[in-house]
Design a protein around this ligand. Structure first.
Ligand code: ITT
Length: 207
């Protein structure tokens, strides 16, 4: 059977990533390149469910993105879960970052001895026919006493991963953050799975 250019393009060597966050895209792109998968950023506005579970948010968002672009696509939803705040801001991390920011989180933790926290990421893949599969990554760590470093984005300057105590994500290069991060773990799981799939599974008919 002769393959069309479209099919060759999608022979699990290319994935579309629907996100408005260039930092997320750059982190994922580097990891996927290690698996010889090229990543294309697509800025498509997708539904963002209000839900306590980031897997539900990512799943619905991926279904919506795939139906809009009719291509195999991933979306990623992530959040920072702080033990002493019962998991807050969690799925509301984006809103909390935009409102009180990282300084607001430091304030909320004033006088609190337990600074344990984790980041969680869910990568949801959806094929044009609407089949979704999710991959999760978690990184444990703690909230720093004050923001440090200007790399990365969001809460990076206030999060110290347990594997590299004393250094925040904000003080690390992308390469270093990618050695530990929640996103890196979820993206790697996705890449391992994606490269084992039969390409024809994902080929939709372009509009
Ligand atoms: P999308 O367009 O992909 O939705 P977003 O920035 O809105 O991009 P999320 O909804 O997943 O992404 O964002 C959750 C928030 O959690 C994000 O705005 C950051 O403040 C924070 N966050 C998530 N992952 C992070 C990371 O790796 N480092 C620092 N902060 C992170």
């Amino acid at each position: 059977m002769e393959l069309s250019t479209y099919e060759i393009l999608l022979r699990n060597k290319l994935i579309f990533f629907a996100t408005g966050n260039i930092h997320k895209f750059n982190e994922a792109r580097r990891i996927l390149a290690e698996y010889n998968i090229a990543t294309a950023m697509i800025k498509v506005k997708t539904l963002e469910l209000q839900d306590d579970n980031i897997e539900n948010i990512a799943r619905l968002s991926a279904i919506d993105a795939a139906s809009k672009i009719n291509l195999p696509v991933i979306v990623e939803d992530a959040g920072l879960f702080i033990d002493a705040l019962n998991g807050f801001p969690g799925p509301y991390s984006s809103y909390v970052y935009r409102t009180i920011g990282k300084e607001g989180i430091i304030k909320l933790l004033e006088g609190v001895s337990s600074r344990k926290a984790y980041f969680k990421s869910v990568v949801a893949f959806c094929s044009p026919d609407g089949n979704v599969i999710c991959f999760e990554g978690i990184i444990e760590g703690k909230i720093a006493m004050e923001p440090r470093g200007s790399s990365g984005f969001g809460f990076d300057p206030i999060f110290e991963p347990a594997e590299q105590p004393g250094e925040t994500f904000g003080e690390m290069s992308i390469e270093n953050k990618n050695r530990f991060s929640h996103r890196a773990k979820a993206v790697r799981k996705f890449a391992e799975w994606y490269r084992t799939q039969a390409p024809s599974t994902f080929i939709g008919v372009p509009n």
